[in-house]
Design a protein around this ligand. Structure first.
Ligand SMILES: [Zn+2]
Length: 355
């Protein structure tokens, strides 16, 4: 999902980059004054705007993500602008949209870590105001060391690349499913496409890299080993449910009119937000990974999701598609049978540590 950068943070410092050799779009935006002196690089399928230690590595995510989308769905004409800032200004959003780019705000890991450190320092200092200075400093150091130990998985550069590919997947699928957006420069006006959430998420998870996929399976196996959980959601629930973060995304949108961006929340706010949303996004993603792999393995067709998406785009649904085309694709012909077969497939997969 688009609004994934929900985490404790107190401040953000924009880092200006050095100018690079620029082609049309970058120099156009620079002349228009919408990117200031931010670094700007165009790549096949889009552009990377802003400075970050791994900016040129982010650029390498694009061709791979577009190629997988072409393999699983169709070639995409959507252009994506990865903007390395927590928020994209209304001016830049308008300029990007006018040139056919979808803005994708992104906070790089180093900046995230710095924001988290700032936030921890501010919190601890506020809580220890009555202590002598030397003691306060010691408590701050302790808190920072503890945070360092529990560094989150997204600090892994491979995981970060996979997460960017996931978000690009959403944008390409939206464009495929609903076509070009018209009439509004507010690119945050909609969560996902008009397809059901499981399908939106399947398109995004399908573009993730090996590191992400291994992480999804590891977490699914952990749940299975712990209490035998195979699927967190029964199939009928899964197929009709809202993305677990949908409400959060919608609430954030009302805060963010006119610009697109990740939103900074304090730790408590972020917790409240995720709780109110119904939680369990990780389980939703895990089940989606399994669902994709089940369809591709069982049908032997890498473009099986595209076939199903086409049915939805024509006004149909999965049940109708199975009745008509399940058999010829080696799949069940009813949702009920699909639920049974999918769970059995997933159970075998999770029980086999080598798979
Ligand atoms: Zn997503």
């Amino acid at each position: 999902m688009r609004f994934q950068a929900i985490f404790a943070a107190a401040a953000f410092v924009a880092i200006a980059g050095s100018a690079q050799a620029e082609d049309g779009s970058c120099s156009e935006w620079r002349e228009a004054g919408v990117i200031g002196d931010l670094r700007c690089e165009t790549v096949d399928g889009g552009a990377v705007i802003g400075a970050a230690a791994r900016a040129s590595e982010y650029a390498e995510v694009f061709p791979r993500a577009f190629a997988i989308f072409e393999d699983y769905f169709v070639p995409s004409e959507q252009k994506v602008a990865l903007v390395l800032q927590p928020e994209v200004s209304a001016e830049l959003t308008a300029a990007l949209v006018a040139d056919g780019y979808k803005p994708l705000p992104w906070i790089d890991n180093e900046t995230k870590a710095a924001m988290l450190r700032d936030s921890i320092v501010a919190q601890v200092e506020a809580q220890t105001a009555s202590l002598p200075e030397a003691q306060r400093a010691a408590v701050v150091q302790q808190a920072l060391a503890k945070a360092e130990e529990s560094a989150p998985a997204h600090a892994d550069p491979q995981m970060e690349d996979g997460a960017i590919a996931h978000e690009i997947g959403h944008l390409l699928f939206n464009r495929y499913f609903d076509g070009r957006e018209t009439g509004s420069a507010d690119s945050s006006a909609r969560y996902g496409s008009s397809a059901p959430d499981w399908l939106d998420e399947a398109a995004a998870v399908a573009l993730e890299n090996d590191a992400q996929t291994r992480g999804r399976y590891a977490a699914a196996r952990e749940a299975y080993d712990a209490d035998g959980t195979v699927l967190a959601f029964p199939l009928d629930t899964y197929l009709s449910m809202d993305h677990p973060l949908l409400q959060s995304a919608q609430a954030l949108k009302t805060l963010k009119r006119g610009s697109t961006g990740a939103v900074m929340l304090s730790g408590d706010e972020a917790d409240d937000f995720l709780e109110a949303s119904g939680g369990k996004p990780a389980e939703f993603y895990r089940q989606t990974r399994l669902f994709i792999d089940y369809f591709m393995e069982t049908s032997g067709d890498p473009r099986i999701l595209y076939t199903i998406a086409e049915a939805y785009r024509d006004g149909g649904d999965l049940g109708g598609w199975l009745a008509q085309s399940g058999g010829e694709n080696g799949l069940p012909t009813t949702l009920e049978a699909l639920g049974t077969e999918f769970e059995a497939w997933a159970r075998a997969k999770l029980a086999d540590e080598t798979a």
